[in-house]
Design a binder for this molecule. Structure first.
Ligand code: DCP
Ligand code: MG
Ligand code: MN
Length: 340
């Protein structure tokens, strides 16, 4: 969920945008990626308009707005609300679905299974459902994980990890990524890149995942690790879990990513995001016959009929964020402008 910017004052479509944002947020909670994306685009288009868009014809003339969305916009303008949103707000089953989807790591299929099994509240789940460690943690700390983390606290978690790692080996570096690097005033979680110049991944892994994580658990800073089951991280570069500052009782979601220096540029792009920006960069690479992932930019990627890739391609650039932009022909965008 993205924060609204309050920049709508004076925009002739402010009310329409406000209602569409409600719908966008709803689809985001429902984990409906495509609708969320479509609505974000429409909101972006409407923000740029200098006249009020009132009819479906006007709306359809704008980019990214098809006939169904155009109808919705007309309905919003005429009725000052959207039926779809009213229906979902009052449907109790819908509310429960959104409650369950708010549990860390829970997707639509799990949430629906619980509803089918008759569960209606978080207490219900705790008492009567068979829960994984992640799910139990997600419920026990539902409010913690739903709360935004102020920028200063994100920074404090980063510093805490940096200081602890410095004691083990002063040549390590810790960088705060994600929405923090994009300049957000608050974040959903804390994303850290950890690296050491000239070190191999295996050497870094031994210090970070064995020594550092163990000592941070002993100090009480780390609270639990959260399994990353569906993620295909065969190389073991990620750690997901929760941390808590000594001065606080609120658990925060913490993600660590180990990066060797030769992959730093690609990792910076990936872990800075946002997700939509990454998607557009990857699409662009693919259109140019290349492939961009969190390790590097590759060329000579052979793709089959369904655009599935048949080989890995050859590495073009991994080290430098700026060079990856250059090779893709994208003008440099500072992290604070990577919001789509
Ligand atoms: N990322 C991505 N695609 C995903 C998930 C993540 O490209 N499906 C990348 C882009 C994100 C970055 O990883 O910016 C960090 O992921 P987060 O989920 O932590 O998202 P943000 O840090 O951007 O936002 P938030 O403040 O909600 O944590
Ligand atoms: Mg984040
Ligand atoms: Mn994260």
């Amino acid at each position: 969920p993205r924060a609204t910017h309050g920049s709508e004052q004076g925009n002739p479509n402010a009310r329409t945008i406000q209602i569409l944002e409600g719908l966008c947020k709803y689809y985001d909670q429902m984990q409906d990626t495509w609708r969320t994306l479509a609505y974000r685009r429409v909101i972006g288009v409407l923000r740029k308009q200098t006249v009020k868009i009132s009819t479906r014809e006007q709306a359809e003339a704008l980019p990214f707005i098809g006939s169904r969305l155009a109808e919705k916009i007309e309905e919003i303008v005429i009725t000052d609300r959207l039926r779809r949103l009213d229906n979902t707000r009052t449907d109790p089953m819908d509310k429960i679905l959104r409650l369950f989807l708010g549990i860390y790591g829970v997707g639509l299929s799990q949430a629906n299974k619980w509803i089918q099994a008759g569960h209606r509240t978080l207490d219900d789940l705790l008492r009567n459902a068979k829960l994984s460690h992640n799910q139990k943690t997600g419920i026990d700390h539902y409010d913690d994980f739903a709360a935004r983390i102020p920028r200063a606290e994100v920074e404090a978690h980063g510093s805490y990890v940096r200081k602890a790692l410095y004691k083990l080996d002063p040549s390590f570096e810790v960088m705060v990524m994600g929405s923090y690097r994009r300049g957000a005033k608050d974040s959903g979680d804390i994303d850290l890149i950890i690296t050491k110049p000239r070190a191999t991944l295996a050497a870094m892994r031994a210090v970070v995942f064995d020594e550092l994580v163990t000592s941070l658990f002993n100090e009480g800073f780390l609270k639990t690790s959260l399994a990353t089951s569906h993620r295909h991280d065969s190389t073991g570069t990620k750690w997901h879990g929760a941390s808590c500052l000594p001065s606080s009782t609120t658990w925060r979601r913490l993600d660590l990513l180990l990066v060797p220096e030769e992959e730093m540029g690609a990792a910076l792009i990936y872990f800075t995001g946002n997700d939509i920006f990454n998607r557009s960069m990857r699409l662009l690479a693919s259109k140019k016959g290349m492939r961009l992932n969190q390790k590097g930019l590759y060329k000579d990627v052979v793709r089959g009929k369904g655009r599935e890739k048949l080989n890995e391609g050859t590495l073009v650039e991994g080290r430098s964020e700026k060079k990856i932009f250059e090779i893709l022909g994208v003008p440099w965008r500072p992290p604070t402008e990577r919001i789509c």
